[in-house]
Design a protein around this ligand. Structure first.
Ligand code: NAG
Ligand code: NAG
Ligand code: NAG
Ligand code: NAG
Ligand code: NAG
Length: 518
């Protein structure tokens, strides 16, 4: 409580840094022989200090020449390579959301070409990366996840693909403050409340400081990185940036938003509608983000009115993928003052991301009587885990596959069933061919050995009908073998009939009816 009060007090003073001490704070510099300090001042542990966490068959530790390697942090200068599965097991002391950050840089070495290393990374519950590959990039790659860990035992497993290898330069597993993730948000469509966000895992896909500079982990109390939005801006001439001194930002003392949600620098800069178009002021400022369309997303939009000269002078709308996301937002009314940070979380279902894009637009509302303007200070796009607890690909840790109710899924399933049927049929033919009677050519050839003409169904039915026959039926292993053989083949025959006659007919009629589903 004392620390909470301290945080609330400190947020009033813009110059003070927020103090959040994560209870779980695992910083592992894989393959390192000496401790490394990242530019934000955090000290990462060496191999020797962390060896108790790792279970691995391999012992490949590699390092790069610091002088000849261009990386943003010394933690990228060493790595571990795993040719076989390897697991880091950590004991957490505080349940709740944790940042899990995986740092990758493909160091040149004699063990394995890491540009070609393809591997999967999982926790006990979630797939974090599936068939991950650095794709010939020669840059440091950071993958950040937010995972609600309720079990004290937390593990991260690296599984190389066949004949490949896995590698990792550094790992962070760090408690996130409780206020960072709330259980409910607004649902984009249908409009309403979305409850149950604690049940998901998240991957940071974009974290942007609109109209502002790169904010590195050194300037963010939670070690996050915020990048500039310009690469995603659709029409640059329709937008302009505004920035004020960070000391102008007044965090609300009630706790609805604190420095831990986003630092001053995020709220002290923004993108607004360009004044160049005052003659035709009704337009939107648009950002486009490429995303994996198989997943849903949680968007956190950050606002702070640092442009208005008076209260109640700025009303605007926010759209996501063409849908109204926030209607007629008046920040000074909502927050009671200017320059007070505000954020809103919105869930975007995967069905609304069918073109692989998330489009965020801001534009003036018709209701406002004040300035025709619209603003956005920051944006976070977080991928949500799917129904089988994966953040990458459609399979879960336990091999379950995401059951997609979509048409795409149905068509794929039918295709798969037909292919499977063909394989089974082919396999049966091969087995039959090997077991063919010596004189098969003299008999009535192909069909006679391919499928049993003496259908067993009748004998099975009769034996079932009169229990007395049962003992006779199973009297010898030969009988049982023949029974299984016949019953499998009769089923197979029916299945082939189904595939060749009924299914195409059904598909055709469904297609003609306009519904492409069985
Ligand atoms: C990697 O190392 C090999 C020899 O160990 C060297 O021939 C090659 O040029 C190096 N590649 C890079 C990108 O440094
Ligand atoms: C590498 O390419 C694959 C396929 O294009 C993609 O799924 C994967 O995310 C890429 N990896 C990186 C690190 O960009
Ligand atoms: C980051 O913080 C340092 C001092 O801690 C400061 O000099 C620098 O201007 C800050 N940069 C940003 C983008 O906030
Ligand atoms: C802004 O975008 C929304 C959603 O795409 C659209 O409905 C609206 O008409 C646009 N507003 C203007 C002024 O173009
Ligand atoms: C998306 O919508 C579908 C169907 O309405 C629903 O089953 C699914 O749970 C939703 N996804 C998320 C992440 O809420």
């Amino acid at each position: 409580m004392a620390t909470l009060l301290a945080i609330l007090f400190l947020t009033v003073s813009a110059a003070a840094a927020a103090s959040f001490v994560p209870q779980d704070n695992f910083l592992l510099d894989c393959g390192a022989t000496a401790t490394a300090t990242s530019p934000d001042g955090r000290v990462f542990k060496t191999e020797q200090q962390t060896s108790q966490f790792l279970q691995a068959q391999d012992d490949y530790k590699i390092s790069a020449d610091a002088a000849a390697t261009d990386v943003p942090s010394p933690v990228y200068l060493t790595a571990r390579i795993f040719v076989q599965e390897a697991t880091y097991s950590l004991h957490l002391t505080r349940p709740g959301f944790h940042f899990v950050r995986l740092h990758f840089f493909p160091i040149n070495n004699t063990v394995f070409d890491l540009q070609k290393a393809t591997f999967t990374v999982t926790t006990e519950k979630y797939v974090l990366l599936h068939s991950f590959n650095v794709n010939n990039t020669n840059k440091a790659i950071l993958k950040e996840f937010l995972i609600n860990a309720v079990d004290p035992h937390f593990s991260i497993k690296f599984s190389p693909q066949k004949n490949s290898a896995a590698f990792i330069n550094a790992i962070e597993v760090v408690s996130a403050p409780d206020e960072l993730v709330t259980d409910s948000a607004a649902n984009l469509l249908p409009v309403g409340n979305y409850a149950g966000l604690f049940a998901f895992a998240y991957q940071t896909v974009y974290r942007l400081n609109m109209g502002g500079p790169l904010i590195t982990s050194a300037n963010d109390t939670l070690g996050r990185t915020w990048t500039n939005d310009e690469p995603y801006l659709k029409a640059k001439n329709l937008a302009q940036t505004v920035s004020v001194s960070p000391s102008v930002i007044k965090y609300p003392s009630g706790g609805t938003n604190s420095l831990l949600i986003a630092p001053h620098m995020v709220y002290a800069t923004l993108v607004e509608m360009a004044e160049a178009n005052v003659n035709q002021p009704k337009f939107n400022v648009t950002w486009n983000f490429e995303v994996d369309m198989a997943f849903g997303y949680l968007l956190r939009l950050h606002f702070c009115d640092i442009v208005s000269k008076a209260l109640n002078n700025l009303n605007f709308n926010v759209y996501i993928n063409g849908q109204m996301a926030i209607s007629d937002l008046d920040l000074s009314h909502t927050m009671g003052a200017l320059a007070v940070p505000y954020y809103k979380d919105i869930v975007v279902n995967s069905s609304l991301v069918s073109n692989g894009l998330i489009t965020v637009q801001i534009g003036p509302s018709n209701l406002g009587s004040g300035d025709l303007n619209a603003i956005l200070n920051g944006l976070e796009v977080l991928k949500m885990s799917n129904t089988v607890d994966s953040l990458d690909g459609e399979f879960g840790v336990d091999g379950r596959r995401e059951s997609s109710g979509s048409k795409r899924g149905t068509v794929a399933a039918v295709g798969f069933a037909m292919m499977f049927g063909a394989f089974v049929g082919l396999g049966a033919m091969v087995i039959k061919w090997h077991k063919r009677p010596q004189d098969w050519q003299k008999r009535n050839s192909f069909s006679s050995w391919l499928l049993p003409v003496h259908a067993s169904d009748t004998s099975f039915m009769s034996s079932k009908a009169s229990g007395s026959h049962k003992s006779n039926f199973y009297s010898s292993t030969l009988g049982l073998g023949r029974y299984l053989y016949n019953s499998i083949f009769s089923k197979l025959r029916k299945y082939i009939d189904y595939l060749t006659n009924i299914l195409p007919h059904q598909l055709f009629t469904n297609f003609a009816n306009g519904s492409f589903c069985c």
